[in-house]
Write a protein that binds this ligand. Structure first.
Ligand SMILES: [Zn+2]
Length: 212
């Protein structure tokens, strides 16, 4: 569902551009709104959310899908935690549909899906591992890297239930905006994937904005 935001970027309390292949990590407080902006179009933002005070409570794809009765995320979607609490709600969306089924790219999946020599290519899971390694204060390890949201990524479900990684439906300047319902740690991997069309074969930067 396409829904524009009334928030003005000039009024944002925080703005940061995240290059392709880099991670983004920030606590967004309850009541604040975070926007993820696809600057150049067709770029997947692989995102994990945690309760900022207890990272064992985290975004749960299965609880979110069950509660809303739909596999796609868009405006109105409430993102549920592993404790079945609402973590965030999508309050604006100019892309129209986001994936939470396809998972994130990893050295292992690149190897099995594409070719053995893809093993050393940088992947989203590596970016998250770098994030938790560089931020020991979080007390998180690779065991905490679980199922994610692929904002802007197009993973249509076929009539017989199949999954396909299709060319993107996002475009330059499209965004998704979420209002936090609890203090959440936002961890994004701006996807470096080059083996499928999720980034239009050309990973590009995203921007993250937060309004208080
Ligand atoms: Zn990726």
């Amino acid at each position: 569902m396409i829904k524009q935001s009334a928030l003005k970027p000039d009024n944002a309390a925080f703005r940061e551009t995240v290059p392709a292949g880099e991670y983004f990590l920030k606590v967004v407080k309850a009541g604040q709104t975070v926007r993820i902006l696809d600057l150049e179009g067709n770029q997947a933002a692989d995102t994990l959310f945690y309760n900022a005070h207890n990272p064992t409570e985290r975004y749960s794809a299965v609880d979110t899908i069950r509660e809303q009765g739909n596999v796609y995320l868009t405006a109105g979607s409430r993102l549920m935690s592993s404790e079945n609490n609402v973590m965030l709600e999508i309050t604006a969306d100019t892309c129209g549909r986001h994936d939470t089924l396809g998972g994130a790219c990893a050295a292992e999946s690149n190897t099995t899906r594409y070719a053995l020599e893809k093993k050393c290519m940088h992947a989203c899971r590596d970016s998250w591992l770098v994030a938790v390694t560089e931020h020991e204060e979080l007390g998180m390890t690779k065991r905490d890297i679980t199922h994610n949201i692929n904002f802007f990524m197009n993973v249509p479900v076929t009539a017989d239930g199949g999954l396909t990684f299709a060319d993107g439906i996002s475009d330059a300047g499209k965004y998704v905006e979420l209002e936090a319902k609890m203090d959440v740690l936002v961890m994004i991997s701006n996807c470096p994937q080059l083996n499928n069309p999720c980034n239009g074969w050309n990973p590009t930067p995203i921007e993250v904005l937060v309004w208080s």
